[in-house]
Write a protein that binds this ligand. Structure first.
Ligand code: SAM
Length: 467
């Protein structure tokens, strides 16, 4: 007798496999419309929070989560909105739920907590009928044998949340919207007040910024955008896809956050110079370097991302030498004029766009990434000729991946010095340039107005000269 049958005999229950084969006539009632999308959102939320799985990967239409891929377009949009909203506001949503429950949920009721968070994100922040959010959460609880006994509680808690929405929002506004470990690191680096401003800024979804090949003013007029101090264009909020906008098919512009556009501009005049972009994909900065007239070698380790870079450059009609592989194996024929090292980092500056980052990464990741970046930067410095420039950048807000790392390398490496950025060259961004002449942007910079969302990614960039 095989093991499965043995087990059945022992405990008198059919095996998991046989139990799943429900007898005829015992099928479940068909799922209510809208249930699948909420159930998928709760599942993916659990994967982010409990298993530290990146949201971008799960929402990828080729390799992503099967339940998400199976949704229709509109439901995928709703699932994405629920998930990003839930992750942006997570500590406040948890506080709101806790304030409505007398005794904390048992540890085994994690799945129920995710159902409640998905419903709370809709009730408190999304333009979704509240009664649907409540009913579907109750239905989710009812359909899960572990949570069925809590269905009445879910109903009571969420109905009260609908009734007392304004009071709950006001009462939870003082809760920091970021995890404690991150709030502490921000406060240590920027002071408590600025840390709070940065944490609040990450609640606002990022604007759409683009870099144009030329004539930002004319393109801003055409697209109804405005020119930012970085020379980028910021679009006013609009419905639809950017690929339908004028100039996309002609390759006149590419999407790039205003802060991400800064590092490539720090080389100055690079016309005809040989520059390697060592961490190149998806290629926003490679494109800037080519458009500025440099002869660019783009190095990228990930073959999928290299393919994306190639496709992006193809649309833009820009050419670079593409090298697939590890930057540590990259040796140019002769020393280069410049290197851009936009290193892999904790990405804590991009939480407006990727709110899962703060829940999937932690201090130990930041430490490990800082070690890798240091090795990368030391290697990059060996590839330029005397007088050559290395621009080091990343989208982390943490000084150990930025200011402290550069200070350490300058402190212990011969012939390496900082080339300070002059605030006079960056009108409107003076506050983003540190005393040492490095760029440090945060999501709390570039205030918004009636028409345009404010903020920019958190970025660090430093210009180093060798020799
Ligand atoms: C922050 S992203 C670069 C973004 C890019 N500079 C842009 O502006 O579009 C970092 C990139 O470095 C690549 N990367 C990571 N480790 C690498 C290595 N050892 N050698 C080459 N590329 C690497 C990653 O695959 C990723 O595409």
């Amino acid at each position: 007798m095989n093991d499965k049958k043995n087990n059945e005999k022992k405990n008198g229950k059919p095996s998991e496999h046989r139990r799943r084969q429900a007898p005829a006539g015992a099928e479940r009632a068909p799922a209510k419309p809208g249930l699948e999308v909420r159930a998928t959102a709760a599942k993916l939320l659990a994967a982010v929070i409990d298993k530290k799985i990146s949201l971008d990967g799960m929402l990828d239409l080729t390799h992503g989560n099967p339940a998400y891929k199976a949704l229709n377009d509109a439901d995928r949009g709703l699932a994405r909105a629920i998930l990003t909203t839930a992750l942006r506001h997570l500590p406040r949503l948890e506080a709101a739920i806790a304030s409505l429950i007398d005794t904390p949920l048992p540890e085994g009721a994690r799945a129920l907590q995710h159902v409640l968070i998905v419903a709370a994100a809709q009730i408190l922040h999304l333009d979704v009928p509240s009664h649907a959010a409540v009913d579907l959460a109750v239905e989710q609880a009812n359909r899960d044998p572990r949570n069925r006994r809590f269905a009445k509680l879910v109903n009571a808690v969420l109905r009260r949340m609908v009734r007392e929405k304004d009071e709950i929002l006001a009462a939870t506004a003082s809760v920091s919207p970021v995890p404690d470990w991150f709030r502490k690191r921000l406060a240590a680096a920027y002071g408590a007040e600025e840390a709070e401003r940065i944490a609040e800024a990450q609640l606002v979804p990022a604007a759409i910024d683009m870099t144009v090949k030329s004539d930002p003013k004319a393109w801003a007029e055409r697209l109804g955008g405005k020119v930012l101090p970085t020379g980028s264009i910021r679009l006013a909020a609009f419905e639809g896809s950017v690929t339908g906008l004028e100039g996309f098919d002609q390759g006149e512009w590419w999407i790039q956050d205003a802060a991400a556009a800064i590092p490539a501009k720090l080389f100055g005049d690079i016309s005809g110079k040989r520059i390697a972009d060592l961490c190149a994909a998806p290629g926003g900065k490679t494109a800037q370097l080519i458009a500025a007239g440099a002869k660019v070698t783009a190095v990228e380790q990930s073959s999928n991302r290299l393919a994306r870079l190639k496709e992006n450059l193809g649309r833009l009609g820009l050419e670079a030498e593409l090298v697939g592989g590890d930057l540590f194996d990259f040796q140019p024929d002769e020393p280069l004029d410049g290197i851009l090292l936009d290193a892999p980092c904790s990405s804590t500056g991009t939480t407006r766009r990727h709110p899962d980052v703060l829940w999937t990464k932690g201090p130990e990741d930041i430490g490990k990434l800082a070690v890798l970046q240091e090795r990368m930067l030391r290697h990059a410095l060996t590839l330029v000729k005397p007088g050559g420039i290395v621009v080091f950048s990343n989208c982390s807000l943490d000084p150990i991946e930025g200011e402290k790392l550069v200070a350490k390398i300058i402190g212990d490496t011969k012939n390496v010095s900082r080339v300070p950025v002059d605030p006079k060259d960056w009108p409107g961004l003076e506050s983003a340039i540190t005393e040492l002449g490095e760029f440090r942007t945060t999501p709390a910079m570039l205030p918004g107005d009636d028409k345009f969302v404010g903020g920019m990614d958190g970025f660090f960039a430093s210009v180093l000269r060798f020799g």
